[in-house]
Design a protein around this ligand. Structure first.
Ligand code: SF4
Length: 207
């Protein structure tokens, strides 16, 4: 990572470099393991496990969410959504990703699109955005986030202690599932190209 160019992310530059290398390796493994996955699918993002809210609510508004205590946030969102912010970087290993949560969320700026190159921000970072609880999200059933339920029922606990997370007060998964979600949350990569069957099942929208 060019830390001069990406000054907002200076404190995390080593972790970001490692995260990019891991994401590139996941893409390579996906090509090797899934014979049907073409380079074109990698290019257009259709070959990955996507754990994010629906992107039908794209919004160019970039507001700092730090002081927006009343907003409920999706903790696995894409940067184009309303009130988006970066709150963690996916570290760990290629096979066992583990999120390092930032001390404070960083607002999404144009810088984010280049900082994760040649992969995408959603393979490297965890991004929060306003929860699309107005029925535009494929995971929201009108009352609950079914993705949060699936994560807590289908994925293993990966930490013994509650992660120090800067968005806990506003997080949809925390509000709904409590500690159970937080103990599983660090393994979540929003766009994972070589996800296990277990993760694919947890990410699958409920019909
Ligand atoms: S589930 Fe817990 S650890 Fe994950 S983003 Fe929400 S509050 Fe943070």
């Amino acid at each position: 990572m060019n830390s001069k160019k990406h000054k907002n992310f200076n404190d995390y530059s080593k972790q970001i470099d490692k995260s990019i290398a891991n994401a590139k390796e996941r893409r390579k493994q996906a090509l090797k393991n899934k014979k049907s996955l073409s380079n074109e699918q990698l290019e257009d993002n259709s070959g990955r496990a996507n754990i994010s809210i629906d992107d039908g609510e794209h919004c160019s508004l970039k507001e700092d969410i730090v002081n927006k205590q009343s907003v409920t946030l999706c903790p696995s969102a894409i940067p184009e959504l309303k009130n988006s912010a970066v709150f963690g970087v996916v570290t760990g290993t290629v096979d066992e990703p583990h999120v390092n949560y930032f001390k404070q969320p960083l607002p999404v700026t144009d810088e984010l699109n280049s900082v994760s190159l040649p992969v995408t921000p959603t393979e490297v970072f965890r991004i929060s955005a306003e929860c699309a609880s107005n029925n535009s999200c494929k995971h929201f059933d009108g009352q609950n986030c079914r993705l949060a339920t699936q994560i807590t029922t289908k994925l293993p606990v990966v930490t013994k202690t509650l992660p120090s997370c800067p968005i806990r007060r506003e997080c949809r998964w925390w509000k709904q599932e409590g500690k159970s979600a937080c103990m599983r949350c660090p393994q979540i990569v929003t766009d994972h190209y070589n996800a296990s069957e277990q993760v694919l099942q947890a990410a699958k929208p409920v019909e």
